[in-house]
Design a protein around this ligand. Structure first.
Ligand code: PLP
Length: 393
């Protein structure tokens, strides 16, 4: 059997060898990290080592890393009116989220529906900074919390986060940045970005599924209302015995991602260039969505009028190639993406959008196999769909 080609890294990445070793070693330990005996201290040591590695990945202090069960949980922990800072103890009164955020941010965490506002994006997939400034005009919101992702999971478009931070801070607000897709692919320094809170997920950088982190820009930022109360773990912000093995693997993945960032980004970019050049030759009408903007080096979202993404995914799967239709959460469902709708992409084109996302073990031969499969399918798929719509091929 020929090997499968996995090009869906934005949905999840394979475990890095370092993370797999850390996971196995930690799973063999008996201690509870809250226990004071040697077994407990051994488990605690693994968590603190991981905290240092995760902090280093984003230029933060280890004390400011709060481990959670996922990126989703970190987003929900971050999005609460009950964030206090040294200078401001009153609750945050409004939440502003960009129209292209992950559903776990768009749901608004613990804000009431009526307190949440959308910030539109431009056709190029970047958040509209003028609209952000307008929305934050002092008369409208006095203590806003704003959430803008660093890179979009569907298009890969990198957002103008540092510029957004300047606007948010000038309006007396705090900025949360979902860096789940950006971490390990582009530089992601919490200070340089101007983020007050930043979300990470282990499984996108080569750790195991089921671990994430919320990182604070400093201990000044305090949550008056932890998401999970109980035993006081994670400085009282996230109770529950820690997922020691998952956290240890997260740390190992973060260290590897940080050490190999430049090399891996260059590798992915070279292969993505090959992919997009090939696509242009095979399907000159294909549109690369967000293609005019700065993007993650590993992501291509493209659409071809007349092709349905679900049909294309199944056909590619049968050829041994795994890709997805926009976000993983919506694959399998015939739904057009909120990201593409926000960018003003027509539903007809949006329904055909295919996301090809690469990683550090992707090879030139993987790209060639994708292109060969696409060459074989593209003509037949668009012909079939034209016939279904009663248009002569
Ligand atoms: N944020 C973004 C941008 C994502 O792409 C994802 C996952 O796809 C998440 C958050 C959620 O992370 P997790 O799968 O760890 O819950």
């Amino acid at each position: 059997m020929t090997e499968r080609v996995y090009l869906d890294w934005n949905a999840t990445a394979p475990l890095r060898a370092e993370a797999q070793r850390a996971l196995q070693d930690a799973a063999g330990l008996v201690g509870n990290p809250s226990s004071v005996h040697a077994e407990g201290r051994a488990a605690r040591w693994l968590i603190e080592q991981a905290r240092e590695a995760v902090a280093a990945l984003v230029g933060a202090q280890p004390a400011d890393v709060i481990f959670t069960s996922s990126g989703t949980e970190a987003n929900v922990l971050a999005l609460t009116p009950a964030i206090e800072t040294a200078g401001e103890k009153r609750p945050r009164d409004r939440l502003f989220v960009s129209a292209i955020e992950h559903p776990s941010v768009r749901a608004g965490g613990r804000f009431l529906r009526g307190a949440i506002e959308d910030i539109p994006v431009e056709a190029d997939g970047r958040v509209n900074l003028a609209a952000l400034a307008e929305a934050l005009a002092p008369a409208k919101a006095s203590r806003p919390l704003v959430s803008v992702m660093l890179a979009n999971n569907e298009t890969g478009v990198v957002q103008p986060v540092a510029a957004a931070a300047a606007i948010v801070h000038a309006a007396g607000g705090l900025l949360h940045v979902d860096a789940v897709q950006a971490a390990g692919r582009i530089a992601c320094d919490i200070g340089a970005l101007g983020a007050d809170l930043l979300t990470l997920s282990a499984h996108k950088i080569g750790g195991a599924k089921g671990a994430g982190a919320l990182v604070r820009a400093g201990e000044d930022i305090h949550f008056a209302d932890p998401l999970i109360r109980g035993g006081g773990q994670e400085r009282g912000l996230r109770a529950g015995t820690e997922n020691v093995a998952g956290i240890a693997a997260f740390g190992a993945a973060a260290a590897a991602a940080r050490g190999q960032l430049a090399e891996e980004a260059a590798h992915m970019l070279a292969l993505r260039t090959l992919l997009e050049e090939g696509l242009r030759v095979i399907s000159p009408q294909a549109v690369i969505l967000g293609g005019a903007s700065e993007r993650l080096p590993n992501t291509t979202l493209f659409a071809l009028d007349g092709i349905k993404a679900e049909t294309a995914i199944i056909a590619l799967d049968l050829e041994g190639v795994a890709v997805s239709a926009g976000a993983a959460c919506s694959s399998g469902k015939v739904q057009s993406s909120h990201v593409l709708a926000a960018m003003g992409v027509s539903p007809a084109l949006g329904r055909g959008a295919l996301r090809v996302s690469l990683g550090w073990t992707t090879t030139q031969s993987d790209i060639e196999r994708f292109l060969n499969a696409w060459r074989k399918l593209a003509g037949a798929l668009s012909k079939g769909s034209k016939e279904q719509r009663g248009i002569a091929a």
